[in-house]
Design a protein around this ligand. Sequence first.
Ligand SMILES: NC(=O)c1ccc[n+]([C@@H]2O[C@H](COP(=O)([O-])OP(=O)(O)OC[C@H]3O[C@@H](n4cnc5c(N)ncnc54)[C@H](O)[C@@H]3O)[C@@H](O)[C@H]2O)c1
Length: 387
Amino acid sequence: MFPTSSNSSQQRPIRVAIVGTGAIARGSHLPALTALAAGQPLEVVAAVDVDADRVAEFCAGAGIAHPYTDLDRMLSEQRPDLVTLATPPSFHRDQTVAALRAGAWVWCEKPPCPSLEDFDAIEASEGSGGGGPYAAIVFQHRFGSGSEHVRGLLEREEMGRPLVAHCQTTWYRDSAYYSVPWRGSWSSEGGGPSMGHGIHQMDLLLDLLGPWAEIRAMAGRLVHDVETEDVSTALVRFESGAMATVVNSVLSPDEVSRIRIDCERATVELTHLYGYRNADWRITPAPGVTSEEADRWRDFGQDVPSSHEAQLKGLLADLRAGRRPRSSGPDGRKSLELVAALYKSAFTGMPVRAGEIVPGDPYYGALHGNAPGWAPERLEVREGAGA
Ligand SMILES: NC(=O)c1ccc[n+]([C@@H]2O[C@H](COP(=O)([O-])OP(=O)(O)OC[C@H]3O[C@@H](n4cnc5c(N)ncnc54)[C@H](O)[C@@H]3O)[C@@H](O)[C@H]2O)c1
């Protein structure tokens, strides 16, 4: 466990290693760590990438002392307290397990890993005696002030019961996007836009509305020459009785990420693309709600944009305190379970209930259910799209 001290001047630095030095490590992990290091003892001591030139250039540019091409060697030589993982999804399980076994906490990029079986192996490798180490998933859209505020309003049922919701990730990706070798296949990316893109909005929806109960879904490959779907739609019923429609697409030229929740006394709507501020949320009261009450609902407080930095700040505090961080363990698993159920429903044509996908179920070990030859019967493929 990380040695704690109530006096921040006596705190020893948290030693961090970044694994995978591509786009998201450069665009989000390093900037978040740099910003947070300004306010607390924290040091990025090493980076790892299989591409020796890339990691050398990354370390030189960021002033990181130790570039590595071998994760195990880095773990044994540097003994980091925290590993931030920004590699392609197929490596997330083994790299997370290796870091946990070396005593490091892990903050792993979404999608968590390619199957529920992988996730459960990760959870089994966390510290069992309390205090960690724990592995949390990057779900940064849970962590802006907007979602914190709306979650509170929903928990307290200030706007009445939630009834109907829309959860939309309608993005656009061209064929150049899929030319990166790890994208578009079940084994390396884990899934299409339901897994790789829509998981962010679905995670936020679950975080706001609580446990889901049942899902019915469809998936199709309408444009891209890939193995996975490029669009999916689903209907989700929540334990509360609320119902949602979900759309995940990489075929939508007018790109938007949207969550809309109709409650008894107000509609809450978030419209953004890759991140939001308070101003991206809109609350429309039902007739009869006083303007004073509606104004209170619309008081989001200090604007904290959704971001890697916002999530990481909380995780570092949890690491120092030895507390399980949000988005780890069962709280990190729930979005992957919903995605697995979405695929199972789409590929079997049957509704899927929460908790149904357990060891022995084909969709436990692989999101495509290990269909022979890897062509799920019910993946609708339009002529001209990749076979
Ligand atoms: N949270 C978000 O909003 C967000 C946004 C984009 C990407 N991502 C996720 O981040 C992850 C990485 O995406 P990216 O766009 O940065 O990819 P990328 O291809 O730009 O970078 C991946 C890096 O990992 C390196 N790598 C590959 N295999 C490795 C291994 N075995 N060990 C060490 N390094 C290895 C590659 O050489 C490359 O430098 C993916 O899971 C992706 O879904 C998350």
